[in-house]
Design a protein around this ligand. Structure first.
Ligand code: HSE
Length: 429
């Protein structure tokens, strides 16, 4: 590529992000050329339907339905179709020819990132996917490049805007999950089929990508323990608020002497934690590194223009590298990973109980914790006076997931416990 004055860019997809990416490529051509050291020529846009209605008016002659023919002429392919197929075949086709690829396809990278990275390396091509995690927020390159001289110990992110919007609305209005979801769908914040978001699967794909880059290894989305937010009740949110906490869906990648754990679940965090200030559909990623200390990256996690910004940052990075004539090393992405079983992770539990309010009950409840080696940090009782049941909220110190879960099972079996009303984890300091 060295010495070439122009790079041929093929765009696959002209949806919300694709249309804005095309607009930037066309409207900002001069600035992009100056920043890249090479001009970027958009040679075509592959779509399923040429005359579909789009967010941006784009030259009709750029559209084609023949993605393969377009890929075969390109130096750089931008894949914004989403989904595993045909996107996976298109990317593999481009990389096999030595063309570099920029994609926002989190599901594909989380499932097949190792194979595609290897294919890129084998063909001297670049594969970049900043837009796959947290939309506009620069987080993958800071992790892979800026922190390459450090040791990341934990990445904790709010990486799904839909669920943050829902949990934030539950926190500020006291409404129930189902009502807020319906409102979010009516406003267009949540998809008609919200399963990938509220089930935690979208966040799990992003967690796998973050863990792979942070720990120089390969973690795929099926290795991420995933719980969504559908079980979070208005009572949980209110009780958390009473105690100075807020509930957030967190994607967590953690590394300690025992190994690596990657998980997604709704969790309590203190209102004073930086992640607690992330409102509405915004995203943020909190990174802990041995030498850098704590860092937080914040911004829009979705949307046409914000995500196109991340895509174009990658395109310029690819172009600079191609203009310079040598592909970047892909970093150490192949360290063996000791992925912890979920039972082995350490966390804290916040347990809600409905109990019979009579003498000796607290002692019996506390005894269950002691028997399982779980230490209690605080216990708050509400109600009970003059009525049959009281509610208890118990916060534990750190324990293994296995010890905490068996404690809850033993509480469920205790005759003075009517029901375990909620169990949630607590993260952050
Ligand atoms: N559906 C995602 C979200 C955006 O709600 O944040 C794309 O990853």
């Amino acid at each position: 590529m060295s010495g070439e004055k122009s790079l041929k860019v093929a765009l696959l997809g002209a949806g919300t992000v694709g249309a804005q990416t095309a607009r930037i490529l066309l409207d900002d051509a001069q600035a992009l050329a100056e920043r890249s050291g090479v001009s970027l020529e958009l040679i075509g846009i592959a779509v399923r339907t040429v005359d579909a209605k789009r967010d941006v008016q784009l030259p009709a002659e750029l559209f084609t339905t023949d993605a393969n023919a377009l890929i075969d002429q390109a130096d750089v392919v931008i894949e914004l179709l989403g989904g595993l197929q045909p996107a996976g075949d298109y990317i593999a086709r481009a990389l096999s020819r030595g063309a570099s690829v920029v994609t926002g396809n989190k599901a594909l990278i989380a499932a097949e990132g190792a194979r595609l990275n290897a294919l890129a390396a084998a063909n001297g091509a670049q594969l970049r996917y900043e837009a796959a995690v947290a939309g506009a927020i620069p987080i993958l390159r800071p992790i892979a490049d800026s922190l390459a001289g450090d040791h990341i110990t934990k990445v904790m992110g709010i990486v799904n805007g839909t669920t943050n919007f829902i949990l934030d609305a539950m926190d500020s209005t006291g409404a129930a999950f189902a009502d807020v979801l319906a409102e979010a769908q009516a406003l267009g914040y949540a998809e008609a089929d919200p399963t990938a978001d509220v089930g935690g699967h979208d966040a799990a794909a992003k967690a796998a990508i973050l863990a792979s880059l942070a720990f120089h290894t390969t973690v795929s989305s099926d290795q991420v323990h995933t719980e969504g937010i559908t079980q979070v009740t208005a009572e949980d949110v209110a009780a958390a608020a009473d105690a100075g906490y807020v509930i957030k869906l967190l994607a967590i990648a953690q590394k300690d002497e025992a190994g690596v754990s990657v998980r997604v679940y709704p969790s309590l965090i203190k209102r004073s934690h930086p992640l607690a200030s992330v409102r509405g559909a915004f995203n943020a990623v909190f990174v802990e590194a041995e030498n850098a200390g704590d860092l937080m990256f914040y911004g829009a996690g979705a949307g046409g223009n914000p995500t196109a910004s991340a895509v174009m940052g990658d395109v310029v990075a690819v172009a600079r590298q191609l203009a310079a004539g040598a592909p970047l090393p892909n970093g150490s992405a192949d360290l063996p990973v000791n992925l912890l079983d979920f039972d082995q992770i350490t966390t804290r539990y916040w347990i809600g109980l409905s109990i019979t309010d009579q003498p000796g009950v607290l002692a019996r409840v506390a005894d269950v914790f002691g028997t399982h080696g779980v230490s209690i940090e605080s216990m708050i009782q509400h109600g009970g006076e003059g009525s049959e049941a009281a509610s208890l909220r118990i916060l534990t110190h750190l324990g293994t997931e296995a010890a905490l879960r068996t404690t809850v099972e033993a509480l469920e079996a205790l005759d003075v416990v009517n029901t375990v009303t909620s169990v949630m984890r607590v993260e952050g300091n």
